[in-house]
Ligand binder design. Structure first.
Ligand code: FES
Length: 365
């Protein structure tokens, strides 16, 4: 007797790619990885396939607070070489609301909204002969996505993978990475823990990563393209170490969903000049049929909120791309931080959180 699988396999050419207009994801697994760290995998209810670059992220709408859901951005830890599902690996920090809700409540069968995939932190857009991945804590997730992709599609790529954790049991993907390294001759791993007790049985590297350690682990570092992800103080220390050794920073790339010193306080300039003085800024939201006046330093996102409209948003400093909207008329000023591609800008899209209208504009929302 043959048994039909509950989800018959369809071929990719029979399926449409998922995108941020389809939005809905269905959780298919929830797996514990380390203390306060879980991996959640998703498919779509309509059987779409996932088209993205290794290292990109999605923004999830989580019903963690009432009445408004919270939006949280997470890098995908899965690889696009296995396009039937995607996964995020999340760590609940102290005081976390959204991620804590995921750990405590998100289980297989539940559906949530999502936006993306987006982001430019990927070896797909920065091909190189040799890579150095440096991560701390849950900053390991984009590196894992890229390493899984290399394993599937370019396994002989020369890659050094450094991960720093507070304790040995906090190293995420430890066992899988060792398995990958046993199958990929050119993948070299270096785990560094800040603290280890005798019961941890740790015989690896201790302490902090600094310039001397970097040069020891990657003697040919000047020939590598570096991807770095972790808390901002960690990435700052890496930037300073690399600059001190004369590394070509054009080959240094980092990912952060927190505003950095460079991005804080750089909103788009209020419109000024003779034309704008004559033309008051107004926003007409064409789908809702609402029109509102805009103060000189108001973004489109603020204008929407003051008009009682909801444009989805997460980072609110131009990185995650969640607030992307189509500007169908009028002039705007946008100061984004990488959350929108050039071709999207050419098509008329703007990020509502970091775009100010100049005179009357029309927004498809
Ligand atoms: S909310 Fe993240 S780019 Fe606007």
């Amino acid at each position: 007797m043959s048994v039909m699988p509950s989800h018959p396999i369809r071929h990719l050419d029979e399926m449409l790619p998922w995108n941020d207009k389809l939005q809905m994801l269905e959780c298919i697994s929830a797996v514990e990885e380390a203390p306060d760290v879980m991996t959640f995998s998703f498919r779509t209810p309509d059987q779409n396939w996932f088209r993205y670059a290794p290292g990109q992220f999605v923004t999830l709408e989580l019903p963690a607070a009432s009445p408004e859901p919270v939006m949280r951005t997470y890098t995908l830890s899965s690889t696009p070489s296995r396009p039937y599902s995607i996964a995020v690996t999340v760590k609940a920090q102290q005081g976390s609301v959204g991620t804590r809700w995921m750990l405590d409540h998100l289980r297989p069968g539940m559906r949530i909204r999502a936006y993306g995939p987006a982001g430019d932190f990927s070896l797909a857009s920065r091909p190189a002969e040799k890579y150095l991945f440096i991560s701390a804590g849950s900053g390991i997730t984009p590196m894992m996505s890229m390493t899984r992709w290399l394993h599937d599609c370019a396994p002989s790529t020369d890659t050094i993978f450094i991960n720093c954790a507070r304790r040995p049991d906090e190293i995420i993907f430890h066992d899988e990475l060792r398995l990958l390294a046993s199958r990929m001759e050119a993948l070299k791993l270096a785990f560094i823990v800040g603290r280890s007790l005798p019961r941890h049985g740790w015989s690896g590297l201790h302490g902090r990563i600094d310039r001397a350690r970097l040069e020891l682990i990657a003697p040919d570092i000047h020939h590598r393209t570096v991807f770095c992800c972790g808390p901002e103080p960690f990435m700052r220390a890496m930037r300073e170490a690399l600059q001190a050794m004369g590394f070509d920073m054009a080959r240094y790339h980092q990912e952060s969903f927190q505003p950095t010193a460079e991005t804080v306080g750089t909103p788009p300039s209020p419109a000024s000049g003779p034309e704008t003085a004559a033309q008051a800024a107004t926003v007409r939201f064409t789908r809702s049929g609402v029109e509102t006046a805009c103060a000189a330093d108001d973004t489109i996102l603020l204008a929407a909120r003051s008009a009682g409209l909801k444009i989805p948003s997460a980072c609110e400093f131009g990185v995650c791309g969640t607030c992307k909207v189509l500007c169908s008329g009028g002039e705007t000023v946008m100061n984004h931080n990488g959350g929108i591609r050039d071709d999207e800008i050419a098509e008329g899209y703007v990020l509502a959180c970091c775009t100010r209208p100049v005179g009357p504009v029309e927004i498809d929302a």
